[in-house]
Ligand binder design. Structure first.
Ligand SMILES: [Zn+2]
Length: 559
């Protein structure tokens, strides 16, 4: 997919006096500044079964572009040290090493950079050979931008003075884990301030390197004095024009390398004036696909290969055994009680100290069986690739009935809403009308009381309305940002038990007797595991919103 947009930017109206002067003195020459852009890169290795992305390919591309266009600057608009399977192990070290080798110049911080807390991020920033700018994320102790980042950076490229400043969405405070020592100022207000400062310093071109939702980028473009917004956060290929600034977002995982050629015309400012010496004439935007046709840069490839090797070794680690075949097949977990579903729900209930647990079978992925035999970390992560956190809620018996009714509302259809449970047993009849199919519920061995309250462990995805569940009226006891992560809880539970042997024990009865199918002893290999993007903290999510004026919006993709 290739975007090409040439925009004539009419700064004339806003800079009327300077424009009049420029008219009298015809242009002497044109200079092009080339911006290379990545944003929201979670994987150092290629994605889409190896077809797209990969930092080693990006490294090769940027070298080739710089060889022809020396006035180039390689920017990254945030979200790169988390989440991913590799980041679980290396805490983002693998990404910094790859980006160092790939020749990145400047990055800003994304919300996910704080996922491992402020101290880990400081370490990662120290390891970086590229510079950071973020103007609105302030270390409360020093009053300065976090982790030694700059408020702005000025670079001279082909005689053009380029000012770059970073901004991060203020919601990071609640959707990630920056801790109490970090302050997030209003990005629009700060953006206006910094751009004024830069213009006063006679900078020719102002670039905002942002990790903001598109609606905020548009506000920034309209209200601040910026020439280009190199953005991120949305995982879609987006371009927009607001105010007089082009806004670009390059999807995710380096599937595309953004290339923005800014064509500037040289002009002679009035004597003694510190005003800009160049005027932006036009911008050419390309989203250059990063494909398997591009040869790796050998230096980056060597870095990536070493981390892949360590990751393989680590995920192959045996954490325990199962004496029975664990059934993660969609045809089982989405239709009936499964021994694996019981094990997971039990682990969640125990970890949260709840009366009961409910999980959506759609959260059990791999569609395979495991064992009898050894269980590895890789097995657990292939069953639970989403790094959902668990929450604890207090709910009434009446609400539990509603939740279960929803869970069996499509019974028989292999729907991900079908529940797996712990601490409770229920009977339903799929022939009855939707909403009145559940005929009996026991909690802790006793009949459920509609008015009584019970505590329940569920994941943040369901609490947020995932798979159509509605927890309205639930009191939240452990919040999404406080709860443990599903695969961690499960690994811990297997380690503790040593050998597990969960059974189907009649927690879910469908009224009619169904033949229990034998679980065959088949083990499925998941060669793709390292490419699984783990949405993780998205469960802690940014609220859904729509972006006026854009044709492609998908709230579910906004992260
Ligand atoms: Zn983000």
């Amino acid at each position: 997919m290739r975007l090409r947009a040439t925009l004539c930017l009419s700064a004339a109206i806003m800079l009327a006096p300077a424009f009049a002067l420029a008219q009298q003195q015809p242009p002497q020459s044109t200079t092009t500044v080339t911006i290379l852009q990545l944003n929201d890169v979670y994987q150092v290795s290629p994605v889409d079964k190896g077809k797209r992305g990969g930092i080693a390919r990006v490294g090769a591309m940027q070298k080739a572009i710089r060889a022809k266009s020396p006035n180039s600057l390689f920017l990254l608009s945030g979200d790169f040290i988390s989440p991913s399977v590799a980041s679980r192990l290396f805490k983002g070290k693998q990404m910094i090493a790859a980006l160092n080798a790939a020749g990145l110049d400047i990055a800003t911080l994304g919300n996910h950079e704080f996922d491992f807390g402020p101290d880990v991020l400081r370490e990662r920033m120290k390891e970086s050979r590229f510079a950071y700018t973020v103007a609105n994320v302030i270390d409360k102790q020093t009053g300065q931008p976090f982790g030694g980042a700059s408020r702005y950076i000025i670079k001279e490229l082909g005689g053009v003075r380029v000012g770059i400043f970073g901004l991060l969405l203020a919601e990071t405070a609640s959707v990630s884990a920056p801790g109490p020592g970090v302050r997030f100022d209003d990005p629009i207000a700060v953006g206006k301030e910094v751009s004024r400062e830069l213009r006063r310093q006679g900078v020719d071109l102002i670039i905002a390197l942002t990790h903001l939702p598109m609606r905020d980028d548009k506000r920034l473009a309209a209200e601040a004095d910026v020439d280009l917004i190199v953005g991120g956060h949305e995982h879609e290929l987006l371009e927009s024009l607001a105010g007089r600034a082009l806004i670009t977002k390059m999807g995710s995982d380096a599937r595309n390398l953004g290339r923005i050629d800014l064509n500037l015309e040289k002009r002679t400012p009035a004597r003694g004036s510190s005003g800009p010496r160049f005027k932006l004439q036009s911008s050419d935007l390309q989203a250059v696909p990063v494909t398997d046709a591009i040869k790796d840069d050998p230096e980056v490839a060597a870095v990536v290969a070493e981390y892949e090797r360590q990751l393989n070794a680590s995920l192959g680690e045996v954490i325990g055994k199962t004496s029975v075949a664990l059934d993660a097949r969609a045809s089982t977990v989405r239709r009936e009680e499964s021994n694996l579903g019981n094990f997971l729900a039990d682990a969640y209930k125990q970890a949260l100290g709840a009366d009961c647990a409910l999980l959506n079978s759609g959260g059990i992925r791999s569609d395979a069986t495991y064992g009898p035999g050894d269980l590895t970390k890789k097995d657990v992560l292939s069953i639970l690739p989403f790094e959902n956190t668990l929450v604890k809620v207090r709910v009434t018996g009446a609400l539990i009935k509603q939740l279960l009714e929803h869970g069996v509302s499509t019974a028989g259809e292999e729907d991900g809403r079908f529940p797996q449970v712990s601490g409770l047993a229920f009977t339903y009849d799929g022939r009855l009308p939707v909403g009145s199919r559940v005929t009996k519920i026991d909690i802790g061995g006793k009949a459920i009381q509609p008015q009584q309250t019970y505590t329940m462990a569920v994941n943040a995805y369901l609490l947020g309305g995932g798979d159509g569940y509605d927890f309205k009226g639930a009191e939240i006891l452990v919040k999404p940002e406080e709860g443990p992560v599903e695969p961690d809880v499960v690994m811990e539970s297997i380690k503790k038990a040593g050998t597990i042997s969960p059974q189907v024990e009649g927690r879910i009865s469908s009224g009619r007797t169904s033949e229990r199918r034998n679980v065959p002893n088949v083990r499925t290999r998941h060669s793709d595991w390292s490419y699984v993007t783990v949405p993780g903290f998205h469960a802690k999510g940014i609220a859904a919103y729509t972006i006026p004026g854009l044709t492609r919006t998908d709230a579910a993709l906004v992260r």
